[in-house]
Ligand binder design. Structure first.
Ligand SMILES: [Zn+2]
Length: 247
């Protein structure tokens, strides 16, 4: 039975319960990792005074949840994005993603672009490869998701860095995959070095709140019966859902 996904799964300012319990503890409390529940280290970005939390075990970094924005504030920022369907730059951008992903995933029949934004460019490019492709976005296309449908391939480009509950979303997506189906994600990986992280552009976008490496995805995979098949070690991973054990 699939869990009921609401837009809150992507954009609610509430994080997973265990994390939330820790947030409500007194100042100075150690936050546990949203991904693997280990204790984290905290560091402050001196220019912005924003606190970040770093998990050594799974290399996950997240901004202090007090900087997570509510749904309407995020929406205003996303409305500034212009995704012209005919923009050649966007097509080249998505082509780089598909050039990495498609050779790994064989011949999927049904695909989903999860968190597509306003644009349907990527889903149209996938359709042009003779793969059926649905699209969903909690802001721009909120009614296109069929909770009962499963897919051979789910793509999610520049979505995961926005997630307040990445583990919940990952679990949901893994359940929406057919057995041996693929989840292909693009999100910029951090360098796993705090000094370098502080000079990184990627977390300066206020809607970018959580940051991954391939190791983080490997830990997530183990929790939800998946395996990491391929990464470019920069910003892309391809994950496969494993066959359920037959008793
Ligand atoms: Zn962790």
């Amino acid at each position: 039975m699939l869990k009921k996904l609401t837009k809150n799964c992507l954009f609610n300012t509430t994080v997973d319960n265990k994390v939330h319990n820790n947030i409500t503890m007194s100042k100075g409390a150690v936050l546990n990792c949203h991904i693997c529940n280990e204790s984290t280290h905290t560091f402050i970005h001196e220019k912005t005074n924003i606190s970040y939390y770093y998990c050594e075990k799974c290399a996950y970094i997240f901004k202090s949840p007090k900087y997570y924005q509510n749904f309407d504030t995020q929406k205003k920022r996303y409305n500034l994005h212009t995704n012209d369907e005919n923009d050649e730059g966007y097509k080249a951008y998505f082509k780089r993603f598909l050039d990495f992903v498609l050779p790994v995933v064989g011949s999927p029949k049904d695909a989903l672009d999860f968190g597509c934004g306003r644009s349907t460019i990527l889903s149209n490019m996938i359709k042009n490869k003779d793969i059926k492709c649905d699209f969903y976005d909690p802001i721009y296309h909120p009614d296109t998701l069929n909770d009962d449908k499963k897919y051979d391939l789910i793509v999610s480009v520049e979505v995961f860095e926005h997630l307040h509950q990445p583990r919940t979303t990952f679990e949901y997506l893994s359940e929406k995959l057919n057995e041996e189906g693929y989840l292909a994600i693009q999100t910029a990986f951090h360098s796993n070095d705090i000094k370098t992280f502080k000079t990184w552009y990627y977390h300066q976008d206020p809607t970018h709140i959580v940051f991954f490496t391939p190791k983080t995805f490997t830990v997530l995979c183990k929790q939800y019966g998946c395996k990491l098949l391929a990464t470019n070690d920069k910003n892309m991973v391809v994950i496969q859902k494993e066959k359920a054990d037959i008793l």
